[in-house]
Design a protein around this ligand. Sequence first.
Ligand code: NCD
Ligand code: ZN
Length: 349
Amino acid sequence: MSRITITKPDDWHIHLRDGAMLERTVNDVAAWANRAVVMPNLTPPVKTLEDALAYRDRIMSALKTDSGNSEFEALMTLYLTDATSPEIIEAAAASPFVCGVKLYPAGATTNSAAGVTGLEALKPTLAAMEACDLPLLVHGEVTDHDIDIFDREAVFIERTLAPLVDEFPKLRVVLEHITTKDSVDFVTSARNGVAATITPQHLLFDRNDMLVGGIRPHLFCLPILKRRLHKEALRAAAVSGNPKFFLGTDSAPHTVETKEAPCGCAGCYTAHAAMPFYAEVFEEEAALDKLEDFASHFGPDFYGKPRNTEYITLVKEEQLSPMSLSFGESTVTPLRAGETLAWRVETAG
Ligand code: NCD
Ligand code: ZN
């Protein structure tokens, strides 16, 4: 198959950043996605409906509406902190522009210092989310110093997530950017209302790709790439046709200086070529016929939103992925910079 037309996708997890970076991040994703769930980990974080609406205005002003992107919608999220009250949740849930609340364990990843230090005190807040049907989006890693970085997702499921989904049986929960077979197994057997997003980098790479023969900072993201068996489990989940697994790129730009550094930042930029990345994986798995479900159906179904009515066409035609992308004054090295990609987006609209 050399050409496939599918319902226009959505990205259910992306970092658009702010200020000068918005011009590229917003338009890169709007070129292939109709909606994107925008992460709130700015500095300072997006903590209230007011913050989210102001950020949404900045995002929508960065959108170039002359190139078929005019339908693009930013679905906003709030950043859960120890101080998020049930009143904040109720106000957010009443807005059509907010689609979830993001839980970052404090210190787990980029700009997570304001994250949650313990869920016990937040139970009334979680109960309000459950009552208002506002989904909880989870960065699923423990941050305990004594837990190995490769085990942090699995330990989080056992210690935090499994008890949480039991205690709040109607709360909708998305385990974001899953990286392990443990997560695939957990989500597969979990009750209804528990789902997961999967990134291109975790489908394409394992930790050997990042570490063998030299360290590749542009493959470093969180949760970190795991061993191959986990990548295989993620691939199987993505192409399984199970509606609990859907597309979320976790595209997260960091400038080249902050990635190629003694203490480099976590995050991969993929928004410019996300569909070519996913199409390559689905083709390798002989499952191109499942791409539309994963990219365009299961996400809106989970979030209770209509499926898009526009289409995009992907063609199998080699293209060189750029070595670098300019972001105003800064430069970002995207995922698979300088490599040949097998697919490209031909038309979107
Ligand atoms: C994200 C970022 O840079 O904001 N980085 C990442 O490695 N995924 C934060 C996150 O989603 O963990
Ligand atoms: Zn993320």
